[in-house]
Structures are given as structure tokens and as C-alpha cells.
Ligand binder design. Structure first.
Ligand SMILES: [Zn+2]
Length: 174
């Protein structure tokens, strides 16, 4: 009995990082208490009809687009980068920078709008990140970014849409 309880606990600990984006977390940023993002549990097959096949492969099968292939690499206007699936705002343009990697890169995401999990696909440990609302894969975060945070949020352009500051953000997809 004791052994079973122990194994159950290990099981819970092992699955926590994977489902961390599902946990209701209150985020405090700049002294402002933000409401946690409520997960949108839409089946993958529904997303398949809402996004392009290329975007679907990145967002819901964790593919990586070819470096240098995204028009968003050259997007330097003021605005917001939103999730290409559910339209949740993920990055602000003032945090975009040229990393030289060939993928749109940011120094930080919008607080509370991103979830992370550990990814061992390439043998080396990487930190995968995704939209906190729909779970759509966005990219990986590395610790070789510019000061002060030292973070490089390396994003697939196919997983994002850009909205000019002068345009209204689209309503979140439900
Ligand atoms: Zn999303």
C-alpha cells in the first residue's frame, strides 16, 4: 500500500511540468495582479480546419519551420504578436529583437500567457513553450539572449500573427 502511494506521488511529480500550463496560476507583474488564462480545450481535429496545414504542423505536432522562412523575421513595426490558433496575445513588438537565428525572437513573452515544458527530443534538454490558452506549440526558450533577462524566446513565425498597434486585436477564438 505504501509503495503504491509512493509511486502515485512520483507519477504526479513527473506529469506536473507537462501540464503546468493547465494549473490556475495568479501572476503578479509590475504590481498588477493578472487573471490566469483559462485553458481552451479544443480538440486538435477542430484546429485542423481553422489554421493552415503548415501552421497546424507547428502548433499541434511541434514541427519547426525552416529558419529564415517567416515574413515575421522582418516585422519591425509597433504591435502585438498573437497566437495563430486562438489569437491570445503572446509578445509585444518592443521585446522583439534580431537574434540572427532565422526565427522571430523575443526577450520576453507577455506575462502569464505562455506555458513551458521540458523537451528531450534532441537528446539535449530544451525548454519548449506554448500558448497558455490553446496549448499550441510556439517555440523554445534559451538562456543566450540579450541583457537584462538573458532570455531568447525563439518562435516559429507560422505560430504567430502580427497585429499593428493601430489596428484592433481580434476577439479570442472560442
Ligand atoms: Zn493559442
Amino acid at each position: 500500500m505504501k509503495r503504491r502511494v509512493f509511486l502515485q506521488r512520483i507519477g504526479v511529480v513527473a506529469t506536473l511540468p507537462v501540464f503546468s500550463f493547465l494549473l490556475p496560476i495568479q501572476v503578479v507583474a509590475n504590481g498588477i495582479k493578472q487573471t490566469a488564462i483559462e485553458p481552451l480545450n479544443k480538440p486538435h481535429k477542430v484546429w485542423r480546419s481553422l489554421v493552415s496545414p503548415e501552421a497546424y504542423r507547428v502548433l499541434f505536432e511541434e514541427h519547426t519551420e525552416q529558419p529564415g522562412s517567416s515574413e515575421l523575421n522582418h516585422e519591425h513595426r509597433e504591435g502585438t504578436f498573437i497566437c495563430a490558433a486562438c489569437y491570445l496575445p503572446l509578445f509585444e513588438s518592443q521585446h522583439k529583437y534580431e537574434s540572427g537565428s532565422g526565427w522571430p525572437s523575443f526577450t520576453q513573452p507577455i506575462s502569464g500567457h505562455i506555458g513551458t515544458k521540458r523537451d528531450f527530443k534532441l537528446i539535449i534538454l530544451r525548454t519548449e513553450y506554448h500558448c497558455a490558452r490553446c496549448g499550441g506549440h510556439q517555440g523554445h526558450v534559451f538562456k543566450d539572449g540579450p541583457p537584462s533577462r538573458g532570455e531568447r524566446w525563439c518562435n516559429n513565425g507560422l505560430a504567430l500573427k502580427f497585429v499593428l498597434k493601430t489596428d484592433q486585436l481580434p476577439a479570442l477564438r472560442s
